[in-house]
Design a protein around this ligand. Structure first.
Ligand SMILES: [Zn+2]
Length: 268
């Protein structure tokens, strides 16, 4: 069972990448799995729009598959526990149930955080392939400004998240790194590279038919999930940043960005 784990900052294009990967017939994309308990509690919904996860045709199948494994259903899982043995048991049970419900051996988990990646990588039953997705400092800061994040929040998350994901990926020779900007410009080339890394053949539905599919993704960007067109383009509004923000974000984040860019793509 392969787990494609997207490690990234918030608002870095991970919902788009999750959907594009999920358009491959051999891949099931479930979004931010770490949010499953919040979704069960009714705080947000599955992307298919039903009110409760138990009304969703996909997640109710996952629930049934869990019960067949002897687990008391989705609500009994604690996949974010700090207890290592329970973490292994509950995550393996959930991924196995997702595989049984979807018939797919490759699962995209878009939980983004490095700690979860690190723990998943240590589970022998799972073949984890991390994909580190990142934006340029200016584009990332523009996305965060649009969402109302504070300037110092940009700096700490850009450095903190990207460094921790980079370090977690360094432990795994199968890891891949993806520049959001380069992905938008050279989508097909980058998808072919990802498919080669995952070990599946390229499928053009990833490029042409990711929008408009019925998905059962948890969490993520609402606008991207409702996108009607599969066209991918860079839409960051850099004019949102003040001159001060623009200069300092660039100056303070460039050393890390340059390190990320140095090894990001074999097609560059
Ligand atoms: Zn659903």
């Amino acid at each position: 069972m392969k787990i494609l784990y997207i490690g990234a900052c918030t608002h870095s294009g991970s919902t788009l990448l999750n959907m594009v990967l999920g358009a491959h017939p051999d891949i099931i994309a479930v979004g931010s799995l770490k949010k499953i308990n919040r979704i069960l509690a009714g705080e947000t919904k599955c992307a298919c729009g039903v009110n409760s996860l138990y009304d969703c045709e996909f997640w109710s199948r996952v629930d049934r598959a869990l019960r067949e494994q002897g687990v008391e259903g989705l609500g009994a899982l604690n996949i974010r526990t700090k207890n290592r043995a329970r973490f292994v048991e509950d995550n393996v049970a959930l991924f196995s149930a997702i595989r049984a419900a979807s018939g797919s051996d490759i699962i995209v988990d878009c939980s983004r955080k490095a700690n979860r990646l690190r723990w998943l990588q240590q589970i022998p039953e799972l073949d984890v392939i991390p994909v580190h997705l990142y934006k340029s400092p200016r584009n990332q800061a523009s996305s965060w400004k649009r969402k109302g994040k504070h300037f110092f929040g940009y700096l700490t998350e850009y450095w903190g998240r990207n460094l921790s994901v980079m370090n977690a990926c360094a432990e795994n020779p199968a890891s891949m790194r993806l520049s959001y900007e380069y992905f938008c410009e050279h989508t097909e080339d980058e998808l072919r590279r990802l498919c080669a890394g995952i070990g599946v053949s390229y499928d053009e539905r990833m490029l042409n038919a990711w929008a408009g599919q019925t998905i059962h993704t948890l969490g993520g960007n609402r606008r991207t999930k409702k996108e009607a067109s599969s066209r991918i383009e860079l839409r960051e509004r850099q004019d949102l940043l003040s001159g001060f923000e623009y200069t300092w974000v660039q100056n303070l984040c460039a050393p890390l960005w340059n390190r990320l860019e140095a090894r990001s793509s074999v097609t560059k």
